[in-house]
Design a protein around this ligand. Structure first.
Ligand code: GCU
Length: 605
């Protein structure tokens, strides 16, 4: 593999702009869709026998036969060494690790196959949309390649109008979740590498020219103007109407020759969206051949000096970090109610903010947060030791950010785009992440950009944040574990103070300690609930000394699976820093943090 140098990366980052176009239709779930979820056949193929010939040639590039053909034996003497129709099935959506115990630790290739019926209507176009497939997907329909996608947490889509038959159709997907240096995330991370088709698969039936994309939000820092645009799929001049009836707003406009129309709407009367009052408005966009409905909340979010302002008022972000995992399975959430359970727990902690660590979550999550009244931090998995000097890595990181922002840009709950977590301070990394931060600002000027940074000991009692990347961020956030990963015992961390060289709002994006639920001992005993409780009591005192502290998302709401946690007594492949156990039981520290948030809520009333 060609050795990339810092120079090649600097060249790349400075001259190459990240692709700002995503492949998928905005708000696909509100379109005319056929849901393809259900039981899909699967074949575990650790050696990629279904794709690579014995001499290493890739089947689809060399006209060789591969499992994507979904071949059936037609004569008794014909040799076919696989048969999807007789193979076992898995739930889609769902990860394979939690559905077949042989696959708990499995990383590699699994083939999926599913039959579905379509009544093709003349003049209609058909799009196959995936909420997410971890990590690499090779999709074929009726034996023909539809497309490929890299990245395990964002949507992608292919037009399959020319691949479909009337009646029965077959889809075959090769999924590979092997961890690779050049991937995002890379090879080392502290969560379970759940593989598979982890979110919904739908087939959308669209008119020839349809509303492909739109954004409707309040203008930047302006409570009096709704600003937006819409983009048709085809470059065509068309009459369009935008309606927000409950706000008494209607507008007729005409797209330009590129099929795009931008607009501003002066606000008459709006109930601005807040966590306490998550008011959503019915919004519809109509053309002569297409219409789409959405439920949108209107709020502004900005920084002013050390403050974060929501609708112009200072806010304290009473938060918690999450992983996208239903601990009861344990596995990737398989339904809205799985996601709602996680947000409901955050509400019980009196949170108004949630950090969706470390990768984009199911689209439903931001819709639920809009509805339930929770502000969101959304992140791309630029995590730990990414291959900073590799332009292909930069490209896939940028693509994931584009896909995340494109998908969730109409969600009032989303206030912060995070471009990464705990990344080492060096020039290549700085260029890489500055490039991502600039891209986020370019794609969406109405939200804040941040990242979870690292702090270091300046001396025996000074915790210093002086990461230059902070200059490219609106909010400086950092992770610190004094009282767990160093700094002595919880009762000893009072000796520390912070030195933060930024006149910006600060969010503590992680602090936390492990505790095995139900294990009780004195506060100096690791993994006891009392140790975790003391950790939170002392940490809350410590971080409250930070003058520009405007939020925190402790690590973490609920225990989660990790192949990096192997202590057989306390962990057993669980990261135990949850405030809630995997069975849903609240630990002592849960109530320490809740009491602190009850206080903060009063303070910011
Ligand atoms: C890190 C990291 C998390 C990890 C946590 C931990 O800060 O960001 O992903 O799980 O620490 O060590 O528990």
């Amino acid at each position: 593999m060609k050795k990339f140098t810092l120079v090649s990366l600097l060249l790349f980052v400075s001259f190459i702009t990240i692709n700002a176009q995503a492949t998928f239709i905005q708000n696909i779930k509100a379109r005319n869709i056929q849901n393809l979820d259900g039981r899909w056949h699967y074949i575990v193929d650790p050696y990629e026998t279904g794709f690579v010939g014995f001499l290493g040639k890739k089947a689809d590039e060399n006209g060789l036969s591969g499992f994507f053909e979904n071949k059936q034996q037609e004569s008794k003497s014909e040799l076919v060494e696989y048969d999807f129709s007789k193979s076992p099935t898995l739930n889609v959506p769902g990860d394979w690790n939690s559905q077949d115990e042989r696959l708990l630790f499995y990383e590699g290739t699994v083939w999926y196959q599913h039959d579905f019926d379509v009544q093709i209507k003349p003049g209609k176009r058909y799009f196959l949309n995936f909420g997410a497939v971890n990590y690499e997907a090779y999709v074929s329909v009726n034996g023909k390649k539809a497309g490929t996608h890299k990245g395990g947490f964002t949507p992608f889509e292919f037009e399959v109008t020319n691949l479909l038959h009337n009646g029965n159709n077959s889809i075959v997907i090769k999924v590979n979740d092997t961890r690779k240096k050049e991937n995002v995330p890379t090879t080392n991370f502290d969560w379970w590498n759940y593989g598979g088709i982890t979110r919904d698969v739908v087939l959308a039936e669209m008119s020839q020219n349809f509303i492909r994309d739109y954004k409707i939000q309040l203008a930047k820092n302006d409570l009096k103007t709704i600003k937006g645009y819409l983009q048709l799929d085809q470059p065509q001049v068309e009459q369009v109407s935008v309606n927000i009836p409950e706000a008494g707003l209607q507008m007729k406009l005409t797209t330009d020759a590129a099929g795009k129309a931008s607009f501003t709407l002066p606000v008459k009367k709006l109930n601005y969206w807040t966590p306490e009052h998550p008011r959503l408005y019915d919004v519809s966009i109509n053309t002569s051949t297409d219409s789409v409905h959405d439920q949108i909340g209107f709020r502004t979010i900005e920084v002013r000096g050390k403050d974060i302002l929501l609708n112009g008022k200072p806010v304290f972000l009473r938060g918690i970090s999450l992983h996208e995992e239903n601990p009861m399975i344990p596995g990737r959430p398989r339904s809205k109610s799985d996601l709602r359970m996680l947000l409901q727990w955050a509400k019980e902690l009196n949170c108004n903010f949630v950090r969706l660590a470390h990768y984009p979550y199911n689209e439903y999550m931001s819709h639920l947060a809009d509805e339930m009244g929770l502000l969101l931090w959304e992140e791309v998995p630029v995590y730990w030791t990414i291959d900073w000097e590799n332009p292909a890595t930069y490209e896939v990181a940028g693509q994931q950010l584009t896909e995340l922002i494109t998908r969730d840009k109409n969600r009032a709950s989303v206030i912060i785009w995070s471009v990464g977590n705990e990344t080492p301070i060096n020039d290549a990394r700085e260029k890489f992440m500055e490039g991502l931060a600039n891209h986020a600002h370019t794609m969406d000027s109405t939200r804040l950009v941040s990242a979870a940074l690292l702090v270091f000991n300046k001396d025996s009692t000074t915790i210093e944040l002086n990461d230059k990347l902070g200059n490219s961020l609106d909010v400086v956030s950092f992770n610190e574990y004094y009282g767990w990963y160093g700094g002595g015992l919880p009762r000893e961390i009072g000796k520390f103070h912070f030195q933060i060289d930024f006149n910006k709002p600060v969010i503590i994006s992680e602090l936390g300690a492990g505790a095995l639920g139900g294990f009780h001992a004195d506060a100096d005993t690791r993994f006891s609930e009392e140790y975790q409780e003391a950790f939170y009591q002392n940490q809350i005192k410590l971080v409250s000394t930070i003058d520009n502290l405007r939020g925190m998302t402790p690590w973490i709401l609920v225990d989660f699976r990790s192949p990096k946690r192997m202590n057989p007594t306390y962990q057993n492949y669980w990261n135990r820093k949850g405030l809630i156990t995997e069975t849903g039981k609240k630990k002592k520290a849960f109530f320490v943090l809740k009491a602190f948030y009850d206080e903060k809520e009063k303070q910011y009333k």
